[in-house]
Structure formats: C-alpha cells, structure tokens
Ligand binder design. Structure first.
Ligand SMILES: Cc1cc2nc3c(=O)[nH]c(=O)nc-3n(C[C@H](O)[C@H](O)[C@H](O)COP(=O)(O)OP(=O)(O)OC[C@H]3O[C@@H](n4cnc5c(N)ncnc54)[C@H](O)[C@@H]3O)c2cc1C
Length: 513
C-alpha cells in the first residue's frame, strides 16, 4: 500500500487509453469539476504491444495522434504526460510525487489483456484508497442484462448532446515524459503502413469526416463494396473511432446537421442512413465482446471449437503476402499490407477465403489481420472474423467467390493491376483468371502462369464444397440448434428484417435449415 504524504499536491489523473481527445470526453469533464489539478496521462505498455494482434502500424497512428493532443493540452498549459512501462509501476512511481486522489477513465471493451489490466488498476486503487471513476463509452452498455432493449438505450445515449471541451487545468503540473518507443518493442513480422490516406491526429480526422459528409458520401451507396480507388467511397472513420479521436455522438450530430440542411433530399437521406447504420453496427459488435469476452479466443458456438485444426503453412504463407493466384485476393492483401486499411467487402472476402477455401483456423488468420488493420477494434474484429468463418452458429454462411467478386467490382482489373504489378500487362479479358490465358496471348504479353504469377493454390469450387461438408458435419452435432438459440439470445441482433432477402450472386450462401 502506498503511503499518503500530506506535503504532496493532491491530484486527479485522467488516464487516456482509446479516447484520445479532449472534447466530448466525460472523464476530463468530470475531473475539472473538482478543485484539484488534473494530470492527463497516456501509458505505453510494452506487454500489450507484444500481444499477437498488436503492431507497430497501430502504434504509429497513436503516436501521431499523441503529438497533436499534447500540443492542444500544452496550449491549455498542461502538457500530456507520456510514460512507457507497466501501468501499476507508473502509478506507484507517481505516488512518490503526488497524492493521487482520483483516477478518471473510460470503460474499455478491449481484449482479455486490457480487461485484466483495467481490473488490476481498479484493485490497486481500492487498496490505496484512490477513487476510480469509469465512464461508458460509445453505445456499449456494461452489465447489460438482456439484448432486448439494448438498441433503445444505445440510441438514446448516442443522441444526447455532446460534452463541452475541458476549459482549463487550473494549476499546471510538472512531470517529465518518457521518449516514444523504438522498433524493438513491437512484433517484427509487421511493418509500418504507408500513411497516404490515414494519418493520426484530430485535425486530420475532422478533415476526412467533413470531406465525407460534404462530398464523398455521394459514392457511399454505389461504391462502398468496390475495391478502394482514388475517390473515397466510405468514410474511413474506423481508426479515428477505434482510438477515440472522434466520438460516435459527434458524428451523429454532424449527420443530423447535414440532413437538416438537405431539405428531405432522398439520396442524401439514404446515403447517410446507410452510414449511420454502420455506426450502429459498430456498437452492436463491440457489445458482443462486452457481453462475452471469450469470443476473442473461443468460437461463439462452442460446437465449432476444434474447427479447422489442420493447418497448411504453405497456404497461410501465400495468403499472408498476396500470392494465392486469385488476383482480387492478392491485390486486396497487398493493398492492406501497404496501407493498413481496406473496406468491408474485401475484409470479408479475405477472411472467407482463408477460413473456407484454405481451412485456416480463425484465431490464426484473425490475429494476423488484426495486426494489419490500423483500426483494429477487438469487438468488431473478432465478431466479424467469426461470422466470416461460419462459427457463430447464428449467421448465414457466406463463401465469397473471389473471381465473381472481381468480375462485378473490378471487371477491367484496374485495382488488381495497380496492386499486383505482375499482372499489369494482362489483357482485361483474362485478368479474372490469368492462368486460363491461351499460350499465344501469354507470349504476346510476356507472361508465364506459374512463373510470373502463381497458379491458384486451391480450386475454388472443390474447396468450397469441402468447406460445406465440414461445416455440415459440425452443425449435425447433438444439441447444435438448442445452443444456437442460446447464442442468439445472448449476442444476436434484435433488429427486425422485414425485407425479402436477396442472395448476392457473388457469394455461395449455404442453407442449413
Ligand atoms: C473480417 C473483418 C474484420 C473487421 N475488423 C474491423 C476492425 O478491427 N475494426 C473496425 O473498425 N472495423 C472492422 N471491420 C468492419 C469494417 O470492415 C470496417 O469498420 C470498415 O471497413 C471501416 O471503413 P470505414 O470507416 O470507411 O467504414 P464506413 O462504411 O464508412 O462505416 C463507418 C463506421 O461504421 C463502423 N462500421 C462499418 N462497417 C462495420 C461493420 N461491418 N461492423 C461494425 N462496424 C462497422 C466503423 O466504425 C466505420 O468506421 C471488420 C470487418 C470484417 C469483415
């Protein structure tokens, strides 16, 4: 137990984690109501950055954000304090300089590692008579009893007004910050991403959002599933939301303002309502992890534990670097490796291909994708990975056909040629299946399949059929349906879908009912 020293200054700490902003920030807002100085703290925890889902590209985004945040705080006469080390050690060390009276933070729905870490901090505070205040985040509800009323509570919460920015810090506190960490702290298998589109910092976040709401939303309905191109067809808000540079509430407010000024324009309404519903999904998926934290490591439907255990390293290695012989899969993977972001459809296709066609265990490829995503958000990520791998027991099974996806979304191979340069000379008639190109055309474009670019590592139809058989086998296990009902009750969406269901011709949808 730390000793209180009456000669030291009493302070509150605002512990920043995935809420890197000073506006619409309840912990700052509540802390400033008290008459004691506030120390804004961010701790880089080396152990977290060794976890299998974390990577240097995520950190670089945070680092850029902290630089700008520090500038903002310095303008308010209280620089950010940055520390590197175990959080309990950092807090214990602070106790030699200050009397910590309160710690303010947001609740975090993260991985098991962050959950345990938060629990340790709460226990440490209790032991040392420090008041720990945790505030809800987004639309996620802690200790939710039933999913039935979740939507209502969440909507009410997110439509309430935003919280004003902290005004000042009264008495500035001096505490030396550590330097930012170097490369040795990170898993070495993943490189930094090119920051062409996604740069850290609140200024950049706002710029992208305003650009989307004033112009790019026009592409949302038609182009959001197409491979990324020069114009931005989705908001690219994901990393800014993951690290809390912007709050969902403030985005809702801006959507509302845009709707008000567009005088019932149906196109604007449809586009923005599609965007708004994605923000709802965001909370829906994070709530799943909040309600069942073990979905990070266990299948939502327990019958699928033990699914896809035969691991083919050659397949995994080829998929990881974009050398599967399926042009759209490879272009998407290489784009992701380069930029650290890709749209929903391509993520779903990459996952479905890994899970069904290559039979790679979802935990294995899920962690790899998490490392590649700058926007890694555990609740969305693990739920989606499980959905796209068919192990939830409550969602339709969709196997994305990468050749058909390409024929619909990139028929001329513009995206493929840009990101798989080996295919840049292939005539567009052959870009979907270059291995089928006749010999004389191969000669003309100086391309030899199997040498310049791999043959497909699996046959799509055969591997899909096999996947279907394996899943059928798991679904026939005793008690499968009863357990599915329980999973639905706990984690399923209650949103009524009255529309006639249309099956996309680019996916194989398996009907097990
Ligand atoms: C296998 C897989 C893994 C994924 N992992 C992540 C992840 O780690 N982090 C992450 O933020 N998203 C993840 N997603 C969801 C989605 O692909 C991204 O949120 C989206 O592509 C981000 O681009 P955007 O911000 O331009 O999206 P927009 O279409 O502009 O949507 C706006 C916001 O809504 C939320 N959102 C959009 N789509 C979804 C969705 N399907 N489910 C939940 N929330 C959604 C995101 O916060 C997004 O920023 C994953 C999807 C799949 C299929």
């Amino acid at each position: 137990m730390i000793k209180k020293n009456t000669n030291l200054t009493n302070i509150s700490i605002v512990w920043l984690k995935k809420d890197l902003r000073i506006h619409d920030h309840e912990p700052f807002f509540e802390a400033q109501k008290l008459d004691i100085p506030i120390l804004p703290l961010y701790v880089f925890e080396p152990e977290y950055w060794k976890q299998p889902y974390s990577s240097i590209r995520q950190w670089k985004f945070i680092e850029q954000t902290l630089v700008e945040l520090n500038q903002k705080l310095t303008n308010k006469d209280q620089p950010l304090v940055f520390k590197c080390g175990n959080i309990l050690k950092v807090l214990t060390d602070f106790s030699n300089h200050f009397n910590i009276i309160h710690i303010f933070a947001h609740e975090e729905t993260g991985t098991m590692w962050t959950y345990k870490r938060d629990q340790q901090v709460i226990d440490w505070c209790k032991k040392n008579n420090i008041q720990y205040h945790a505030y809800p985040y987004n639309g996620v509800i802690r200790y939710l009893k039933t999913r039935d009323h979740w939507q209502k509570i969440r909507t009410k919460r997110l439509h309430s007004s935003t919280i004003p920015e902290i005004v000042n810090f009264k008495i500035p506190l001096k505490m030396k910050s550590d330097s930012f960490p170097t490369h040795e702290y990170f898993n070495h298998n993943i490189t930094d991403a090119e920051q062409t589109y996604l740069k850290g910092g609140h200024t950049y976040a706002q710029k992208i959002l305003l650009n989307f709401l004033s112009q790019d939303y026009r592409y949302y309905l038609k182009y959001r599933s197409k491979p990324p191109s020069n114009h931005q067809s989705t908001s690219r808000m994901s990393p800014y939301l993951t690290y809390g540079l912007l709050s969902v509430k403030e985005i809702y407010r801006l959507i509302q303002e845009k709707l008000n000024e567009s005088y019932s324009n149906k196109f604007v309404e449809h586009s923005l309502s599609a965007f708004e519903s994605r923000l709802m999904w965001r909370c829906h998926f994070i709530q799943k992890l909040e309600d069942q934290p073990n979905i990070e490591i266990e299948s939502m439907h327990p019958s699928f534990n033990g699914f896809n255990q035969t691991f083919n390293k050659d397949y995994f290695d080829a998929w990881k670097v974009g050398l599967t012989g399926f042009p759209l899969i490879d272009a998407s993977m290489r784009y992701l490796l380069k930029f650290g972001w890709i749209n929903f459809r391509m993520r779903a296709m990459l996952s479905s291909f890994a899970a069904y066609n290559l039979q790679i265990n979802w935990q294995v490829f899920g962690n790899y994708l998490a490392q590649l995503f700058i926007d890694f958000e555990p609740g969305i990520h693990f739920s989606q990975i499980q959905m796209q791998s068919g192990v939830t027991g409550i969602n339709a099974i969709r196997i994305y056909n990468p050749i058909k996806q390409a024929s619909e979304h990139d028929p001329d191979g513009v995206f493929v040629k840009k990101h798989v340069p080996e295919l840049s000379n292939i005539p567009k008639e052959w870009i979907l299946e270059p291995w089928k190109m006749p010999k004389e055309i191969q000669k003309k474009c100086n391309f030899v399949p199997g040498i310049d670019y791999p043959y497909p590592i699996v046959d799509f139809q055969t591997s899909s059929k096999q996947a279907k058989e394996i899943i059928s086998h798991f679904r026939k296990k005793a008690g499968f349906k009863e357990t599915s009902k329980k999973v639905y009750k706990k984690l399923g969406s209650r949103k009524k879908n009255n529309k006639t269901k249309t099956v996309n011709k680019n996916q194989i949808e398996l009907n097990f009912s």
